[in-house]
Design a protein around this ligand. Sequence first.
Ligand SMILES: [Zn+2]
Ligand SMILES: [Zn+2]
Length: 136
Amino acid sequence: MPEYHGACLCEAVKISVQVERPELSICHCESCRKWCSGPFMAFVAQDFHLEPKEKVSHYSSSDIAKRAFCKICGTCLTFYYHNMKQVFVNPWILRNVQGITTGVEVCYDNKPDCYSFDNKTEKYTEAETMAMVDTS
Ligand SMILES: [Zn+2]
Ligand SMILES: [Zn+2]
C-alpha cells in the first residue's frame, strides 16, 4: 500500500500514513466546518503515525471520535474513531500525492447552501453516514 509523508503548517509535527487510494472524502458536518473553516477533506487511511507525540493534541469531538491537531500551529491532522477502524487524514499535509480524485461527500444534508462542489461525487446524508460507521 502506498505510504505518504508530510507535516503540519509549522512542520513541528511529522506524519506518515498508508493510503490505499488518494480519493477525497468530504464531510460537511458542523463539527468539521468549525474545526477547519470549511468541509473537512480527507483520505481514508489504515493507520497514522504522528511525531513527536508531545506536539500533538487529541480532542474528543464526540463519544466515538477524536481529532488530532498540532499544538503549535493548529493544523488539523487526522479525524479518527476511538476504535481506530476508520481513520481520516488531511490530504493537504502530505507530499507527493499523485492522482487525487473526489469520491464521496458525507453529512451532505448538513451542507450550507452557500457553497457546493462541481465534482461528481456520491452523496450521503448524516443518517446514511452514521450507518456506515463501525463503532464496535
Ligand atoms: Zn504545526
Ligand atoms: Zn464531519
